[in-house]
Design a protein around this ligand. Sequence first.
Ligand code: ADP
Ligand code: MN
Ligand code: MN
Ligand code: MN
Length: 343
Amino acid sequence: NIVQVMYVWIDGTGEFLRCKTKTLDFEPKKPEECPVWNFDGSSTGQAEGSNSDVYLKPVRLFPDPFRRGNNKLLLCETLKYNKFPTESNNRSTCNAAMQKAKAEIPWFGTEQEYTLLDEDGHPFGWPKNGFPGPQGPYYCGVGANKVYGRDIVEAHYKACIFAGIQIAGTNAEVMPAQWEYQVGPCEGIEMGDQLWMSRFILHRVAEDFGVTVSLDPKPIAGDWNGAGAHTNFSTENMRKEGGIKYIEEAIERLSTQHARHIAAYDPNEGRDNERRLTGRLEASSIHDFSAGVANRGASIRIPRSVGEEGCGYFEDRRPSSNCDPYAVTEVLVRTCILNEFSK
Ligand code: ADP
Ligand code: MN
Ligand code: MN
Ligand code: MN
């Protein structure tokens, strides 16, 4: 009856993950059945050395695609000595917002872009001196001279399916060695939970290949596409016939809260995204709010099919690849559904 449970949590950077394993003598079916654990927060940027124990509160169990069998991955929240959430624990307030907005049945779908890096920190597969040819042939490409690292992408895809993550698809991106996968549609807090665990699985798969995953929103300066985490969002009203009215209302509310959203869309309050949201290379300007049907240079894009059908969802293109999906989905719900902020 031995089960290995890998506890996984977000560290003090708000971007990187940590993990450690506990042996249990039973198979947990719910996260609450797993013991609360702790770790040395002074080694993860989450506590002082003199008061270093941080609690791990189990919140979501996944089948472990690496150890398989009955073994588990366990997503945890981090709590301080006084049982309050740590600074980088955004799940707690996100969950509160999701509970309040539950009746509207909010759905999210995130497009996670990332870049594979070789051991030397240079993009995987790029020439060691200089650059590959200009962007154009790489997006959704096939062939050894177009895409780099497909075996990692494939292994990650299968591992996510094994773990029960709603991975919706994957594609090669515009910059070589850059890829995307989508998770969703997920309801409420599930978006953050599943996206974080899908990232853990990605880092863990790449580790076996001696390659690292970068979520930097602009890994290579210049005429190379940045990496985002486009967040697609809908409520039940938006998905029903005539829902475009509710989509437009949400966009109107978003237009009054641009700075608030930019601050929530990367772990450094907009400073990471600044390098990516330049108004060029399929990205909007960090300084302006804009929206449009099929417009990939806007903050918000209404997909063409949604415009035609008059209902569905919209895409917020601003979140950075290294965003915390708990922070992103929380502020979307507070602005668009709960209407908590004044103009
Ligand atoms: P893009 O055309 O921007 O590249 P993708 O196909 O990569 O779009 O991603 C679209 C995402 O939208 C997927 O993650 C999907 O799960 C999500 N999605 C689809 N329908 C809805 C909806 N009604 N509400 C929220 N998200 C949705
Ligand atoms: Mn996409
Ligand atoms: Mn993309
Ligand atoms: Mn997109």
